[in-house]
Design a protein around this ligand. Structure first.
Ligand code: DC
Length: 221
């Protein structure tokens, strides 16, 4: 079974994906972490994430690391990938189609490999239901209004001790939304057959409940 979750930054898609993975015993891939991993390599090499050659070098480095590590999550779980500098750089290189093509194969491999001991896979990102897994059994599109998402991100950054303001976080998030939704290749959008969940007024538990109720209805899970 494949579950696809898409949505903008801080919409709650990652939390929902992790919680569904736990409850339904699925292997989870946060595909944003792949783009972040690539951006991290570019920044480490003092490259420009908007430059195709620099971005492809970053992808190559990331792929080499993935191939030499038995557990992908060790690389994708690197806390250094979580800062906003890396997130913005990831959003820039994500609009380069050759970069998307390179990272696509990692995601397809993950979704096709047999997962011993698991009931299936769940991937979250921006184009999972539309491009990576168009035949996913269940698709969710998770969204929330920009103000709510900026407040969530501010709280998260402050809890990590970072000195940031609401206005700066809001502006950066709007810029990132624009880039992710307006790029030519695989822009962020809901798949036609996705169930849309707006998380603005719901707790994480309520969002999980809604998603599980839907999964039960369509797949008897
Ligand atoms: O979900 P995130 O914030 O970790 O993603 C970082 C960036 O990576 C995001 O701004 C756009 C890009 N991305 C993408 O284009 N496609 C995906 N499937 C996942 C992320």
């Amino acid at each position: 079974m494949i579950i696809a979750i898409d949505g903008p930054a801080a919409s709650g898609k990652g939390t929902l994906a992790r919680r569904l993975a736990d409850v339904l015993n699925l292997r989870h891939m946060d595909t944003g972490a792949l783009y972040r991993g690539c951006a991290f390599e570019v920044l480490q090499a003092k490259g420009d994430p908007s430059n195709e050659q620099d971005a492809l070098k970053g992808c190559k480095k990331l792929k080499e690391k993935i191939q030499s590590t038995p557990d992908l999550n060790i690389i994708l779980g690197n806390p250094e990938l979580r800062n906003d500098k890396v997130g913005n750089a990831a959003s820039k290189l994500a609009s380069i189609s050759s970069v998307r093509e390179t990272l696509k194969s990692i995601q397809i491999d993950f979704s096709c490999q047999e997962k011993k001991g698991f009931n299936g896979v769940i991937l979250d990102g921006r184009d999972i239901g539309t491009v990576i897994c168009p035949n996913a059994h269940i698709k969710f599109y998770v969204e929330a209004d920009l103000e709510t998402r900026a407040k969530r991100r501010l709280k998260e950054l402050q809890s990590r001790g970072l000195d940031v303001t609401y206005n700066a976080v809001f502006a950066q998030m709007r810029e990132r939304d624009d880039r992710d939704t307006q790029r030519d290749t695989a822009p962020l959008r809901a798949a036609e057959d996705a169930i849309v969940i707006n998380t603005s007024d719901f707790t994480e538990d309520e969002v999980l409940e809604k998603a599980l109720a839907y999964a039960k209805k369509v797949r008897g899970l």
